[in-house]
Design a protein around this ligand. Structure first.
Ligand code: F6R
Length: 598
């Protein structure tokens, strides 16, 4: 979705335009279709272009823009098609103020009508453009820049992160409502962004804005004030991510790099939590959470697949648990009381559907927990408790290392909250990074991918703990290969999808030695007898080899964790297939990393 960056600073070696371009390039992964920037000097210099950043760079003058304060934006269209005019920043009629915005202004139609009646002329189809015109009205009445900004923000309904800069001012004003916004603090400069990687190469000191607060960022410092204009004391936190975490480290794509980072990500996720001597798992910050009467997971996409896996883990430990697609969750339609734990699983911590579901759960009296990757994001700020998956920044739009760390985190959560003591489980958790490394080192996924890259469609099947991974394997294929792929619990095949199986639809079957291997082989035979090539992803290669066309081996592990290893093979198949098909792997068409609208 859209990305926002702002910078205010006077360092001679740091030009505003370059900082904004660096920030925009670090935000590219969120997905966008146009980009722009505004730099404030005695007048405002505003440049914006449809297309990727190179189009914007091509439009900029040879000499870098001069100024102390600026804002930049990558736009992912919601109101109005991708075009130069609809790209941000937007300005008022006089060109005195420029505004960039993430989110959606729900009441923009009424605001626009009233502004047009007052004589304001609009250049774009966007909801955003009402903001500079509102500011202009306030300035015309005699308000100063900050008061005008506040007045405009007070008129907005919806979700927004807004940044504004004025001609002749050395300030960027910013505010948010249900949309991420973080301030970066350096010795001689201040940053503002929708996402930390936008300024991580300059500083790791951050403070997060709350809904309703306004940040005034000047070369002399940052002032944060509440709704009434009173100064707010904020804490400055250090982000643990390294700038190189956000780079490609020699890999052709972020997605491949992130697949290869999974052993390290899991080690980080495990750090200090499983106790080898006792076999129990202790999770920082969750010590006072009791075993719940029931658990409801709310999540979207890949995080929903991790939740399906998590719910099964809890059910096996005798805690009633259900995974809900967050967009379908209705706290009034399911039993929620103070014994209910609602767990929002969300990599970004900013997914609008998941946040909405968590807010409903809070209102209904549940205890809420965010399982997330992003410290300071909205989900952990709005829930009673937080557990971090510690995967590090994930730049590829398709979730890879964050899925695996979500699975590991939920495995630990299920042991931790149910008081399970199992040295066997803890030892298996500890061994997971090495097991994954051996899959990465020995995988034949690239060969399989090239053999089947021309197929019409793909199916992925699994049972029990492996059923969610079948769904995830198919989602990854769809996202990055643009090929049709469906995942099913294997037992469902014969209830309909079997009609689609032909010799041109390869089937990937996740078969675990310790669970359901026999039944899975029955399902494999159902598709093989219709001519479909079958690729088994399995820790039981000898037992299944005769029934399938190919085997992608995974090492043995505790049966709970077989799907974690199988998923790595499926990720690699998708990656190499997409690579062969020359797809835009890190930024698949139409997709955005962080989905901040419902
Ligand atoms: C798929 C993917 C998405 C996200 C979904 C939820 O690869 O990344 O399906 O999983 O948009 O995002 P988060 O986890 O940030 O809530």
């Amino acid at each position: 979705m859209c990305g926002l960056i702002g910078y205010v600073g006077r360092r001679a070696d740091r030009n505003v335009q370059e900082v904004l371009l660096d920030g925009l390039s670090s935000l590219e992964y969120r997905g966008y279709d146009s980009a722009g920037m505004a730099v404030s000097n005695s007048s405002l210099a505003v440049y914006k272009r449809e297309g990727d950043l190179s189009a914007l760079e091509g439009a900029l003058p040879d000499e870098p823009l001069d100024g102390v304060a600026g804002i930049g934006h990558t736009r992912w269209s919601t109101h109005g098609s991708p075009s130069d005019a609809n790209a941000h920043p937007h300005t008022d009629c006089t060109g005195r103020v420029a505004v960039a915005h993430n989110g959606i202004i729900d009441n923009y139609r009424a605001l626009r009508e009233s502004l047009e009646t007052d004589g304001h002329e609009f250049d774009s189809e966007t909801d955003t453009e009402v903001i500079p015109h509102l500011i202009e009205s306030a300035l015309e009445r005699g308000d100063d820049a900050e008061t005008a900004f506040r007045w405009a923000i007070d008129r907005l309904e919806g979700s927004y992160a807004v940044a504004a800069t004025y001609a002749g001012h050395e300030t960027v004003y910013a505010a948010r409502n249900r949309s991420p916004l973080v301030v970066g603090i350096d010795d001689d400069g201040y940053f503002l962004a929708s996402d930390v990687p936008a300024f991580l190469e300059y500083t790791d000191a951050v403070t997060y804005l709350d809904d309703g607060h306004v940040a005034s960022i000047r070369p002399s410092g940052v002032e944060i004030t509440d709704e009434r204009g009173a100064c707010v004391d904020v804490s400055v936190e250090t982000v643990e991510w390294e700038p190189e975490d956000a780079g490609k480290s020699g890999y052709e794509h972020y997605t491949l790099k992130e697949i290869h980072e999974q052993p390290r990500a899991i080690r980080n996720c495990l750090r200090g939590r499983p106790q080898e001597l006792t076999g129990d798992v202790s999770i920082d910050a969750l010590e006072d959470v009791e075993r719940p009467d029931r658990i409801q997971f709310v999540a979207c996409g890949t995080s929903y697949h991790a939740s399906l896996y998590g719910a099964r883990l809890f059910r096996e430990r005798s805690v009633p648990a259900t995974a809900f697609l967050a967009s379908e969750y209705d706290a009034d339609a399911v039993p929620v009381d103070d014994g209910t734990l609602v767990v929002g699983v969300t990599q970004s911590g900013e997914t609008a559907d998941t946040l909405r579901a968590l807010r409903d759960a809070n209102r209904a009296g549940a205890t809420t927990l965010a399982v997330t990757n992003v410290v300071g994001s909205s989900a952990p700020r709005e829930t009673d408790h937080a557990m971090y998956i510690r995967a590090g920044p994930e730049i590829g739009v398709a979730a890879t290392k964050t899925f695996v760390t979500q699975q590991v985190a939920l495995a630990m959560l299920s042991s931790g909250l149910t008081g399970e003591r199992s040295r066997e489980v803890v030892a298996a958790l500890r061994d997971l990074p090495d097991r994954i490394q051996s899959v990465l080192d020995e995988s034949r996924a690239r060969t399989i991918a090239s053999e089947y890259a021309a197929a019409d469609a793909y199916f992925v099947i699994g049972r029990g703990y492996s059923a969610p991974v079948a769904l995830e394997g198919a989602l990854k294929m769809k996202e990055i290969t643009y090929k049709h792929a469906e995942g099913f619990p294997a037992g469902e095949l014969k209830h309909g999808p079997l009609a689609l199986v032909t010799e041109r639809t390869p089937v990937f079957a996740v078969i675990s030695r310790d669970s359901n291997a026999e039944t899975m082989l029955g399902n494999v035979n159902e598709v093989a007898s219709r001519g479909a090539p079958v690729i088994a992803v399995t820790d039981a290669s000898e037992a299944v080899a005769a029934d399938v066309d190919h085997v992608l081996r995974i090492p043995e592990t505790h049966r709970r964790f077989t799907p974690i290893l199988a998923n790595v093979q499926l990720q690699l198949v998708s990656y190499w297939m997409a690579n062969q098909l020359d797809r835009s792997i890190d930024k698949p068409r139409n997709l955005a990393k962080s989905v901040t609208v419902e």
